[in-house]
Every structure is written in structure tokens, then in C-alpha cells.
Design a protein around this ligand. Structure first.
Ligand code: CDP
Length: 560
């Protein structure tokens, strides 16, 4: 059980138990046992062997639980709250708005992020009966929630992240779309909830009514609204879009409304539900001959699902409503990280049909094994309580209403030392890092460096790669190396989307994925991406044009 130097830094900064003076008093190995012991504590006596199995897959970094699990579970001074993802309801009353804000603070304190669908809130300027005044509207409410996020450090370590969704027919949609263009609302991701009816209006070039409570406020051109979304995303990366009807279409418990996701969009949840996440490390699932180790994958998935399911019972919840809703459906979000590492090890390009096929095979296998485990757990421990209202009733007994989610894995991948985060391609094979302290230095992808060494690539060529931030079209880089080592910006947007579509096929929740675009991409390119996403059956899409937001990491020194 060992972490790399960088991994150890992440562990110490975020997850290790500290004493009252803030000094670290826990090793990685001790933390692995802390998690495993707590997860096994809900097992019957004869099943305590699971503690060992949990610690073996986590200690070897085959399975990596997400941040709140490491930061909270089994610690004497923290709530045992394992969930990263929450969705809360906000109703159209001042009471509810502030009640939800208070609930949000409780969730942030426990280390989770929150999503809201604000479509129930009356638009700005609408009449408030009790005061005969005018309503402040959705964007003002988001500003209030955003400001409050600065007050409560999430789990004491990071600022609370939120997702705000507004459906495309809400009368305040235009202001909402533009809400982040001035650089504000930094704690919020925002997404427009796109309906199938809107996509039809768009296709037919129709007017689109903006409606609240049955009253049509105005009609706008569907095409112009669509362009407004892509223009805003072009300028600042927000809003994303979520195909809201698809969430409901795949809702495992159709009676519970499903029109919202967690902050990064990968986990659709009904109001009050929470979900805990964990990732299979695919970089550890490839044999030296480049073939996938399906036996190891199967046993790891089985252990991981049991671990996550156990924590639903070992957990301490921030609110009774959340406990009740979460335990009713017992959703878990097992996903993957290091997909690109695995592709590289298998000698496959991220942007190739073979690469997509391999990614699909791995994800499908994870899903099959997860569902199989959930069925076995149902036999052993019972189905999730809302099972009789679910799409699985009566033939398919399961312990969990949903099992698979592909998260961004921002912190845990850094700890595990994979190069590709979640299902994303590696950021860049090399870049020049500018620091105040150490000056400029070159950072290389270790996998890339290894491959270059095998091919005898010279130091000069490597320096040129770092200068350009890419190995594409650099003379001295063998074609076979260039084909496999493409960073996020080297991959065409259509190939990003095709990979997302392939993986999404085997994910009943959703996937976190960014479609990278060069700085020169036009808003029309973004519209094409959106249409492609809709046609390929994605649940949502987020595009990111290089340089569109301040603080973007620059690829290549020359491209500053
Ligand atoms: O790697 P880690 O487990 O820290 O998390 P992630 O996979 O990057 O993010 C998973 C989910 O955690 C996000 O979609 C959010 O729901 C939540 N999160 C958050 O609330 N605040 C953050 N600053 C980061 C993540």
C-alpha cells in the first residue's frame, strides 16, 4: 500500500486524519483500514472477512472511493457522510428558499455538492401576492445561494459546488443563460434543461413559448434561444445542457421526479436523494500484453459495489429527509478512472473506432458485473425499499436502483496517479509549467516519456514537444506514438462526443465529460456539438473552448 509522492501530498492535504493542531496522524494504510472497517461494520459476524477484501482492493488502488468517503468515513471527529452528490427541492416561497439554503449548508458541511432545478421558482418581476411586490426571480436566488457557498467550506476542505438547472421554457431562461457571462457565480455550474418538445420546435424553426404556471409570458424563436446558449457557452463555458426528458425516460423509479443532477452533471437524482461514488482504476486492469484483465475487473467491481452499498447503512446523513430518500433507492455510483491510461496500455487511440470499442467493452463489463452483484446482494440483504415502484419490479431483484456513474474524479485520480481523469483523455503529453518559485520547467506524461524512450526519441525532440504542448506533427516523434498520445486539445470534438456516447450506453446514471474545443472554434461548432449529443442519445453535454475562462491551464508555452 503505497502512494506516489504526489499522491501522498493529495492524501495528506485532503484525507488523512489530523489532530487538533492540524498535524497528520494517519498513514495511507491506516486510512484504508479505517474505510474498510467502517464499511464491514454493517456485515453479519460471518461476513467480517469483507474488511480484508475491501482493504485489499482499496489499498492496491484498484478501487478508489470518492473524496467524502476518504475525508469522513470512520473518523472520530467527522460525520460519517460518504455522499458526493445531492439534489434538493426548492419551492416557490421565501420559506422554502431559505429552508433549502439551510439544508444546503448542512450538506456542504458534510462534504457534498448540491444540485437544484429552479424551474418551480416564479420569474423575476412576477407578482408576489402577499406583498403585492415583484418577485426577485431565479438569477437573484442563485446569487444568494452562490454567496452562501463562500461561507461554508465543503467538509471543511473545499468550497461548496452547486448545479443550477433551469428548464428551457421558463420565462427567465434568457437571463439565466447569460448569468455567468460576467464572471460571477463561481460556485455554480449552470445547465439549461432541454426538452424533446424544444428540440422539435428548433428543428421546425418554430416560436417557443416561455411559460410559468400555465401562463405564457412571451414567445421567442427556438433557434435564437439555441444560439444564445451556444454563444454563452462559447464565451464562458456555461451553461451546459441537459436533455431533461432523457433523465425521466431512464428513471428507475418513475414516480419520483428526476429533473436534476449533482454539480458536475454525472448523477441524476430526485429531490432529497444523495449518492456516493467510487471509481475502478482501469490503469490497473490491463495486462502487460495489452489485454484487459477481466477476472480482476469482475472481482474488483463486486467488492466495490458491496463496499458502496454497505456505506449507505453505515452513513450518518446531514438531514432525515436525505436519509429516507437515499435509503429508499440505495443508488450508488461506481465508475472508472484512467480510461485513457488503459487505452494507451492497450495501444489504442482515444479517437479511434477500436479505442471506443475497447472503452465500451470495459464499461459494459463493469456494468454487467455491478448489476450481477446488486442482484446477489438483493438475495442476501433484500431489494431497495422502493423496488416495487421501480422498473425492475417484479422480475429483476436488485439492491440498488442505479449502480454506474462516471465522475470527474478530480481529487482521487490525482491521489491514485492515473494520467487520464475519469473517462477524459490526458490533458497534454507535455507542457511547460510556469512557476514563480522554480521558474519554467517541463512536465511530461510518464506514459509518454516511457514510450519515447523505447523509440529512442531525443531530448531535443522532447523539448520541442513541451514547447508546443503536443506531440502531433513534431518531427522525430514516430507516427505510432503520435497516434496514441493525443491530449484533450488534439482530439477532434466529434471524437470526444463519440467516446462519451459509447461509454454512456453502459451507464444508467450519467457521465462527466468535457468536450474540448480550440480557442478558434465558433459558436456554430458548439451548436453542432449539441445537436450531435442529442442525436447520439447523450443525457447532457458540456463544451469548453480553450481560453474561454480565466484560469485555464495553458497548453504549451507558445500558446499563452
Ligand atoms: O475526485 P473526487 O472524489 O474529489 O470528486 P469528483 O469525481 O471530481 O467529483 C464528484 C462529485 O463530487 C461532483 O460531481 C460533485 O457532486 C462533488 N464535488 C463537490 O461537491 N465539490 C467539489 N469541489 C468537487 C466535487
Amino acid at each position: 500500500m503505497r502512494l506516489s509522492d504526489n499522491g501522498q501530498k493529495v492524501f495528506e492535504a485532503r484525507y488523512a486524519q489530523k489532530n487538533e493542531n492540524g498535524e497528520i496522524i494517519e498513514t495511507f494504510e491506516q486510512a484504508v483500514f479505517r474505510l474498510s472497517r467502517t464499511a464491514a461494520s454493517v456485515e453479519d459476524e460471518e461476513n467480517k472477512v469483507w474488511e480484508e477484501k475491501f482493504s485489499s482492493v482499496i489499498g492496491d488502488l484498484l478501487f478508489i472511493p470518492s473524496t467524502p468517503i476518504w475525508a469522513n468515513i470512520g473518523k472520530p471527529d467527522r460525520p460519517w457522510q460518504p455522499g458526493a452528490c445531492f439534489v434538493l427541492a426548492v419551492e416557490d416561497s421565501l420559506d422554502s428558499m431559505y429552508q433549502t439554503l439551510k439544508e444546503t449548508a448542512a450538506v456542504f458541511k458534510s462534504g457534498g455538492g448540491v444540485g437544484y432545478n429552479f424551474s418551480t421558482i416564479r420569474p423575476k418581476g412576477a407578482l408576489v401576492q402577499s406583498t403585492k411586490g415583484k418577485a426577485s426571480g431565479v438569477v437573484e436566488l442563485i446569487k444568494l445561494y452562490d454567496a452562501s457557498s463562500n461561507m461554508v467550506m465543503q467538509g471543511g476542505v473545499r468550497r461548496g459546488a452547486s448545479m443550477g438547472i433551469l428548464n428551457v421554457d421558463h420565462p427567465e431562461i434568457i437571463d439565466f443563460i447569460k448569468a455567468k457571462m460576467d464572471g460571477s457565480l463561481t460556485n455554480f455550474n449552470i445547465s439549461v434543461g432541454i426538452t424533446d418538445a424544444f428540440m422539435e420546435a428548433l428543428e421546425n424553426g418554430e416560436e417557443w413559448p416561455l411559460v410559468f404556471n400555465g401562463d405564457t409570458y412571451e414567445s421567442v424563436s427556438a433557434i435564437e434561444l439555441w444560439q444564445l446558449i451556444s454563444n454563452a457557452a462559447h464565451a464562458c463555458g456555461d451553461p451546459g445542457i441537459i436533455f431533461i426528458d432523457r433523465l425521466q425516460q431512464y428513471n428507475p423509479v418513475p414516480g419520483n421526479p428526476l429533473d436534476c443532477t449533482n454539480p458536475c452533471g454525472e448523477q441524476p437524482l430526485s429531490p432529497g436523494e444523495s449518492c456516493l461514488l467510487g471509481s475502478i482504476n482501469l490503469a490497473k486492469m490491463i495486462n502487460p500484453d495489452g489485454q484487459a484483465n477481466f477476472d480482476l475487473l469482475a472481482s474488483t467491481v463486486g467488492t466495490a459495489i458491496r463496499f458502496l452499498d454497505n456505506l449507505i447503512d453505515a452513513a450518518q446523513y446531514p438531514l432525515p429527509l436525505i436519509e429516507e430518500s437515499t435509503k429508499a433507492t440505495r443508488k450508488v455510483g461506481l465508475g472508472l478512472t484512467g480510461l485513457h491510461d488503459a487505452l494507451i496500455m492497450a495501444g489504442l487511440a482515444y479517437d479511434s473506432a477500436e479505442g471506443r470499442e475497447f472503452a465500451g467493452q470495459l464499461t459494459q463489463y463493469i456494468q454487467q458485473q455491478a448489476h450481477e452483484t446488486s442482484r446477489e446482494l438483493a438475495k442476501e440483504k433484500g431489494c431497495f425499499p422502493a423496488w416495487e415502484e421501480s422498473i425492475f419490479y417484479p422480475d429483476d431483484t436488485r439492491r440498488n436502483a442505479a449502480c454506474i456513474t462516471i465522475a470527474p474524479t478530480g481529487s482521487v485520480t490525482a491521489m491514485a496517479g492515473c494520467e487520464g481523469y475519469g473517462m477524459e483523455p490526458i490533458f497534454a503529453v507535455a507542457y511547460t509549467k510556469n512557476t514563480n518559485v522554480a521558474g519554467d520547467f517541463e512536465v511530461f506524461s510518464p506514459l509518454f516519456l516511457d514510450e519515447c524512450k523505447k523509440h529512442g526519441v531525443t531530448e531535443e525532440v522532447l523539448a520541442e514537444v513541451a514547447r508546443q504542448g503536443t506531440c502531433q506533427n513534431v518531427s522525430g516523434i514516430p507516427e505510432d506514438v503520435a497516434r496514441i498520445f493525443k491530449g484533450a486539445q488534439d482530439i477532434d470534438n466529434t471524437d470526444h462526443i463519440l467516446m462519451q456516447a459509447e461509454v454512456q450506453k453502459y451507464v444508467e446514471n450519467a457521465v462527466s465529460k468535457t468536450i474540448n474545443l480550440p480557442s478558434t472554434a465558433t459558436p456554430e461548432v458548439i451548436e453542432e456539438c449539441y445537436l450531435m449529443a442529442y442525436r447520439l442519445g447523450l443525457k447532457g453535454i458540456t463544451v469548453f473552448r480553450d481560453g474561454c475562462k480565466k484560469g485555464t491551464v495553458t497548453v504549451g508555452k507558445d500558446k499563452k
